[in-house]
Design a protein around this ligand. Structure first.
Ligand code: HEM
Ligand SMILES: [Cu+2]
Length: 570
């Protein structure tokens, strides 16, 4: 634990200089591991995205055209969903967590650096295993892998799918243990739990879910594997097993897993909204504690995915818990609105993605509450209404959060700003493409179009054409940020230590940070969200004295501190 406070020597350098080869080998530096996670995840985002484009190509017409048969289509959406959830969003969040948590805590690294590297290196082989399925008859049972589809009908790829998820689950558990220990033990002096940045709170809540929930997935996968390869019948009713057992175990993990995917994005949102509107966070404790509430209540709602297969007398209890879990999420949304209310909002790319998140995630939350209501769900279960809901929360939520986070922290990671003009184009096209891809799915869903089927009734075609064209637009828009990230590595404006004039500790060091993160032990500013005060102005000025001037990315750096009597300044 950091305990000695040394005066910071003057360092105006640019921190660690790394080559591409440094990222291709084993490293126990959390910053390298963080980037390894992110780049790997982005690679799989492209693969998952290409599969999505093929799905939308197939659905341009009611007949089967691109795919050879229904089996091929099953493989397509199965691997699309699996890649997006397990190889894109979850590892991407782990990447942000790895890079940022030690820096935000003023620590030199994670608590267990070797374990950290090990957790990352489980991911590439898991990705390879999953992709190998295409050569042996790919998994066909959806990302949810229900038996008997996953036990009797799928090809050998399903076995590889199980092994791949085993590795990913292990990676997730090991990473989570590391986060919990790091956050508990490595906070600097003067930073209690309630002085931690809210992103760190979000990662803590996420890690608790991962440690408590993922072992259930692992156990379920093991039984599924045995049913496939060892002749057991855990999920085979004909031989005394129970197909619903899988559904219960899977959702006991996978409902909490949706919070594994959204809580880190919530955390990024709290940082971005506060910094880019120069306002103190509204309801700090409410946001921090509601993450824990979500983590715990999240374990009581799983059977809302099984309303149509559940014993009827259990429906109402799960409906009630599903309604309850909307409350802590609502608390966060109101706290974020309170945060930006009356603030000096800067419409940076990071901020507009954060605002885009708010607008889209709320729509997904509302359709979630609708689905949580039994009479509604019985009608729309397994239709495109559910597909719409899950993409509003996972794309409009998690992925928009990732984009906001990339625009905000890319300067810290690389030392260069992302191009703002490209950022605005990326946002505009993604936002429009996203909305017209997923909003009309509510309508075709309500009209009865089933999910996971390649052929559909002709009356659904016109909306499906709109959906597919919008999806292609969204696909194209993604290349703008990929291009921006590559172009800006060399050509982006030099960021300096703290281009957004933020108060959390990751900005109190060079960009990128030196190998040991900080020179000496950094002293956290007493309120990480205390914007608009004279003390904040002085603290930020002291950082400039240490690290040199940063680019004025918000374009309105205050020239002088406000008089002491007045709480304005930065
Ligand atoms: C307001 C809180 C929420 C409630 C009450 C809720 C409720 C539901 C219900 C009842 C279903 C099952 C629909 C069906 O299959 O018939 C569902 C599906 C789903 N939800 Fe939510 N949801 C909420 C928030 C979220 C969030 C925040 C996420 C992710 C970040 C999420 C991700 C998903 C996913 C991925 C599915 C589809 C699972 C599948 O493939 O079958 N939900 N939700
Ligand atoms: Cu759920």
């Amino acid at each position: 634990m950091a305990s000695v406070t040394l005066p910071l020597p003057v360092t105006r350098g640019e921190g660690q200089k790394l080559r591409v080869s440094d990222y291709l080998r084993w490293s126990i530096d959390h910053k390298i591991i963080g980037v390894q996670y992110m780049v790997t995840a982005l690679f799989f985002f492209i693969i998952g995205g290409a599969l999505a484009m093929m799905i939308r190509w197939e659905l341009l017409t009611p007949a089967l055209d691109l795919m050879a048969d229904g089996s091929a289509y099953n493989q397509l959406f199965t691997i699309h969903g699996t890649v997006m959830i397990f190889l894109w969003i979850i590892p991407m969040m782990a990447g942000f967590g790895n890079y940022l948590v030690p820096l935000m805590l003023g620590a030199k690294d994670m608590a267990f650096p070797w374990l950290n590297a090990f957790a990352f290196w489980l991911i590439p082989p898991a990705g390879v295993l999953l992709m190998m399925g295409f050569f042996v008859g790919q998994a066909e049972a959806g990302w949810t892998s229900y038996p008997p589809l996953s036990t009797i009908f799928s090809g050998d790829g399903q076995t590889l799918w199980i092994m791949s998820l085993h590795l990913l689950g292990l990676s997730s558990i090991l990473g989570a243990i590391n986060f919990i220990v790091t956050i508990k033990n490595m906070r600097p002096e003067g930073m209690g739990y309630f002085q931690m940045p809210l992103f760190v709170w979000a990662i803590l809540a996420t890690a608790i879910i991962q440690v408590l929930g993922t072992p259930f997935l692992t156990g379920g996968l093991t039984l599924l594997l045995l049913d496939r390869v060892a002749g057991t019948a855990f999920f085979n009713p004909a031989a005394g097993g129970d197909a619903l057992l899988w559904q219960n175990v899977f959702w006991f993990y996978s409902h909490p897993a949706v919070y594994i995917m959204i809580l880190p994005a919530f955390g990024m949102l709290s940082e971005v909204l506060s910094v880019h509107s120069r306002k103190s966070i509204f309801g700090y404790r409410a946001i921090a504690l509601s993450s824990l509430a979500i983590a715990l209540v999240g374990f009581t709602v799983w059977a809302h995915h099984m309303f149509t297969s559940l014993q009827p007398e259990l429906r109402i209890p799960f409906m009630i818990t599903s309604m309850i879990i909307a409350v802590p999420t609502g608390i966060k949304v109101f706290s974020w609105l309170g945060t930006i209310f009356g603030g000096k909002i800067r419409f940076t790319s990071a901020m507009i993605f954060a605002l885009g998140f708010l607008s889209m995630f709320v729509i997904g939350g509302i359709s979630g509450v609708m689905l949580g209501s039994v009479p509604w769900d019985i009608h729309v279960h397994d239709t495109y209404f559910v597909v719409s809901h899950l993409h509003f929360v996972l794309y409009g939520g998690s992925v928009f959060g990732i984009f906001a986070g990339l625009y905000h922290w890319y300067p810290k990671i690389t030392g260069r700003m992302l191009n703002e003009r490209l950022g605005k184009w990326h946002f505009a096209l993604t936002y429009i493409g996203f909305f017209f891809t997923f909003f009309p799915q509510h309508i075709v869903g309500l009209q009865g179009m089933p999910r996971r089927v390649a052929v559909y009734a002709p009356e659904f075609q016109s909306l499906n054409v709109v959906i597919s064209l919008a999806a292609f637009l969204m696909g194209i828009s993604t290349f703008i940020i990929l291009y921006n990230m590559i172009w800006s590595l060399k050509n982006g404006e030099k960021a300096g230590a703290n281009p957004w004039r933020a108060l959390t500790l990751e900005w109190a060091t060079t960009s990128p940070p030196p190998a040991t993160n900080f020179i000496g032990d950094p002293v956290p500013f007493k309120n990480p969200y205390g914007y608009g005060t004279r003390a904040a102005f002085e603290y930020l000025q002291s950082l400039e004295e240490k690290f040199g001037e940063s680019v004025d990315a918000l374009h309105d750096k205050p020239a002088a501190p406000a008089p002491a009597s007045q709480p304005a300044g930065d």
